[in-house]
Design a protein around this ligand. Structure first.
Ligand code: ATP
Ligand code: HSE
Length: 349
């Protein structure tokens, strides 16, 4: 059996829109067996079973499920049209979908690693990141999920030819679901070195409180509400803060006032307030002064989860935010998480 474990992640951490990612301690797990036989009745030779978050909505056919579609993309780029006979994938997913905790990033990373394992492709992590970036095109969640920890990420300036290959519509990258047109042609391989990451230190005292509302915000929708251009003042505001963020969160003992300041943002959070009732009030009123123990607070990824970084008083801080959401009629759960330093792991038993 092959076990693949991929952590969830929180992207942006305030000013680092599409740049900063933090892998956190909830893991998507795949248990994979390749049962050798002459033939398989399963479409594309793959049987999927699933438990956990999204069990009532996630498709279980290999050409529709994001994890197995991603694996098929990787396999087809290497001349393998289907899974080896017969591949059985059991998915255990505790990461809530569409909440800003990188469920799709984890699914994409898991799919690339699945393709690499069952196809015996021997891809490096850096090459796997290229495959991930052909599907989830911002690097913050996928790099954190793959490499683990607190990361800064960037996309390279590619040649015009590689840029157009990287920007090929997703419908031409991922295999067509049943009923779609499958031309039988190999999909476009990713260019090399699409993106990179750098790991930053994380102060061991700081933990992450995730307050998770019981409704979904799709990342696609949360990106549509963002402007296509920004004022110089707003851009400089974010640059001034993101320059401080990695050292502020790495310094031990943490300086709460400095972290709070370094987590302010004018690039994405203000525009997403219409999707998340109560967001501005929560971000402005929960501060290190009003709530000792708190270091900083932000929207997690594209939301609606709120990420409060703190060294103490975790339950007290969570309850205040739960109560603020409750005033707008929104129910939440909360979890105390820690950085997942190791990133994606593969074990064999
Ligand atoms: N384990 C999974 N198996 C299959 N599909 C999944 C899985 N996890 C997520 N997905 C797909 O990803 C979608 C959610 O992705 P989306 O980018 O909208 O939110 P998110 O990744 O949870 O949040 P964010 O990107 O803000 O952190 C789901 O609706 C589903 O289609
Ligand atoms: N940087 C991305 C993360 C969500 O996947 C965003 O905020 O849209």
């Amino acid at each position: 059996m092959i076990t693949i474990k991929v952590p969830c992640s929180s992207a942006n951490i305030g000013p680092g829109f599409d740049v900063i990612g933090l892998a956190l301690s909830i893991w998507l797990e795949l248990r994979v067996e390749v049962v050798k036989s002459e033939s398989s009745e399963a479409p594309l030779n793959c049987v999927i079973t699933y438990e956990g978050e999204g069990a009532d909505e996630v498709p279980l056919s290999a050409d529709s499920n994001l994890i197995t579609r991603t694996a098929l993309y990787v396999l087809r780029c290497h001349g393998q049209r289907a899974f080896p006979i017969e591949t059985r994938v059991h998915i255990i997913n505790p990461i809530p979908l569409g909440r800003g905790l990188g469920s799709s990033g984890a699914a994409v990373v898991a799919g690339v690693v699945l393709g690499n394992e069952v196809g015996k492709l021997g891809l490096s992590k850096a090459r796997m990141l290229d495959y991930c970036l052909m599907i989830e095109r911002h690097p913050d969640n996928v790099a954190a999920a793959l490499y683990g920890g607190f990361v800064g990420t960037y996309l390279n300036d590619l040649s015009p030819e590689d840029t157009s290959r990287k920007e090929i519509p997703l419908s031409e990258v991922l295999p067509a679901p049943a009923g779609g047109v499958d031309t039988g042609e190999a999909p476009p391989e990713p260019p090399h070195d699409i993106g990179h990451y750098m790991k930053f230190p994380w102060a061991p005292e700081i933990k992450a409180i995730a307050i998770i509302p019981q409704f979904e915000v799709s990342t696609a929708k949360a990106r549509e509400v963002l402007p296509t251009s920004y004022s110089r003042a707003d851009l400089v505001f974010n640059l001034q803060r993101i320059a401080l963020l990695p050292s502020a969160l790495g310094r031990s003992p943490p300086d709460a006032e400095q972290i709070y300041l370094a987590m302010q943002d004018k690039v994405h959070q203000p525009y997403r307030k219409g999707l998340i009732p109560g967001l501005p009030e929560i971000l402005h009123s929960v501060t290190p002064k009003s709530h000792p123990g708190l270091c900083g607070i932000c929207l997690s990824g594209a939301g609606p989860t709120i990420l409060a970084l703190a060294t103490d008083n975790f339950e007290g801080i969570a309850n205040v935010i739960l109560a603020m959401f409750a005033k707008t009629g929104i129910k939440c759960i909360w979890k105390l998480l820690e950085p997942a330093e190791e990133g994606t792991t593969v074990t064999y038993s």
